[in-house]
Ligand binder design. Structure first.
Ligand SMILES: NC(=O)c1ccc[n+]([C@@H]2O[C@H](COP(=O)([O-])OP(=O)(O)OC[C@H]3O[C@@H](n4cnc5c(N)ncnc54)[C@H](OP(=O)(O)O)[C@@H]3O)[C@@H](O)[C@H]2O)c1
Length: 244
C-alpha cells in the first residue's frame, strides 16, 4: 500500500513495541519516520531494522528542550510534518493504599504532560491533511486493578483529543485516540508479569493478547486519508476487552 507516500511522521516510543511496529508499517506504506525515545541502544537497533527512511532522536517526552531538538531535526531534514503518533507511555501497578507522589508523576509526566507537549510543539510544522494519533488504553475506559495512576492518565489522554478537535477547527488537522487492549510488548510484560498477561488474554473476548502489528495497522489507517472524516474519536483495538 502507498497510503503514506511522501508523508513525514514522528512516532514517540518508536524504538519498541507498538511504536516500532507502527514505524515499520508507516515506512512500508511510504512514509519517512522519526522515532523518539530515551534509550540510545534501542533507537540504534530500531533504525538498523527500519532502514534508510528512518531517523532516531534521543530524548524524553517529559523534557521540552529534548522535544525542541526533535522538531528541529524534523524541520532541518524534511521541512514539515504530516503525522504525529504520540505513543510513548509509562505505567506500573501500585494498589490503592500504597500510591506515592512519584508514582503518580511517572504516569502523568509521560502520558499526559508528555503527550500535550509532543503535540503542541509539532503544530508549527503541520498543516491541512495532518493527522495526530494519541495512544490511549482500554484501561482508560474500564480502569484496572492496581493501575490507578496509569488508567486515570489514559482517561485524560482520551479527553485531550476532544479539546484539541475544537482547538484545531479550521486547520485541516485531525486528532484521534487509538486505544489498545492488552498487547504483547515489554511494557505489558513488565507491568502485568506472566500471570497477568495470561489473565488479560483470558478476559479478552478474542481470548488472546494483540500482536503489536495489529495495533500498527489501525495506526496506519488513522494516519492516512482513509480516515479523513474522523477526528476526536477513540478507536478501540482491544479484542473487545473494554467493549462489553
Ligand atoms: N502493551 C499494552 O498492553 C498496552 C495497552 C494499552 C496501551 N498501551 C500503550 O501503548 C504505548 C506503547 O507501549 P508498548 O506497549 O509498545 O510498550 P513499550 O514497548 O514499552 O513502549 C513504550 C515506549 O515508550 C518510550 N517511552 C517511555 N517513556 C518515555 C519518555 N518519557 N520519553 C520518550 N519515550 C518514552 C519507551 O522508550 P524509552 O524507555 O527508551 O524512552 C518505549 O519505546 C504506551 O502509551 C502504552 O501505555 C500499551
Amino acid at each position: 500500500m502507498t497510503r503514506l507516500n511522501g508523508k513525514t511522521a514522528v512516532i514517540t516510543g518508536g524504538a519498541t513495541g507498538i511504536g516500532l511496529a507502527s514505524a515499520k508499517r508507516f515506512i512500508a506504506e511510504g512514509a519517512f519516520v522519526f522515532i523518539y525515545g530515551r534509550r540510545q541502544a534501542a533507537l540504534d537497533a530500531a533504525v538498523a531494522e527500519l532502514g534508510p527512511n528512518a531517523r532516531a532522536v534521543k530524548g524524553s517526552v517529559s523534557n521540552e528542550v529534548d522535544l525542541d531538538r526533535l522538531y528541529a531535526a524534523v524541520k532541518a531534514e524534511r521541512g514539515s510534518l504530516d503525522i504525529v503518533f504520540a505513543n510513548a507511555g509509562a505505567g506500573s501497578p501500585l494498589p490503592l493504599g500504597q500510591i506515592t507522589a512519584e508514582h503518580i508523576d511517572e504516569a502523568f509526566d509521560t502520558n499526559v504532560k508528555g503527550t500535550i507537549f509532543t503535540v503542541q510543539k509539532a503544530l508549527p510544522l503541520m498543516g491541512p491533511g495532518g493527522s495526530i494519533i494519541l495512544t490511549g488504553s482500554s484501561a482508560g475506559t474500564t480502569g484496572a486493578p492496581g493501575f490507578t495512576a496509569y488508567s486515570a492518565s489514559k482517561a485524560a489522554v482520551r479527553n485531550l483529543a476532544r479539546s484539541w478537535a475544537e482547538d484545531l477547527k479550521g486547520t485541516g488537522i485531525r486528532v484521534n485516540v487509538l486505544s489498545p487492549g492488552a498487547t504483547a510488548t515489554e511494557l505489558a510484560k513488565q507491568a502485568l508479569g506472566e500471570a497477568g498477561q495470561k489473565a488479560y488474554g483470558a478476559m479478552t473476548p478474542l481470548q488472546r493478547m494483540a500482536d503489536p502489528a495489529e495495533i500498527a495497522a489501525v495506526a496506519a489507517f488513522l494516519a492516512s486519508p482513509d480516515s479523513s472524516f474522523m477526528t476526536a474519536s477513540e478507536v478501540a483495538v482491544d479484542g473487545g476487552l473494554a467493549q462489553l
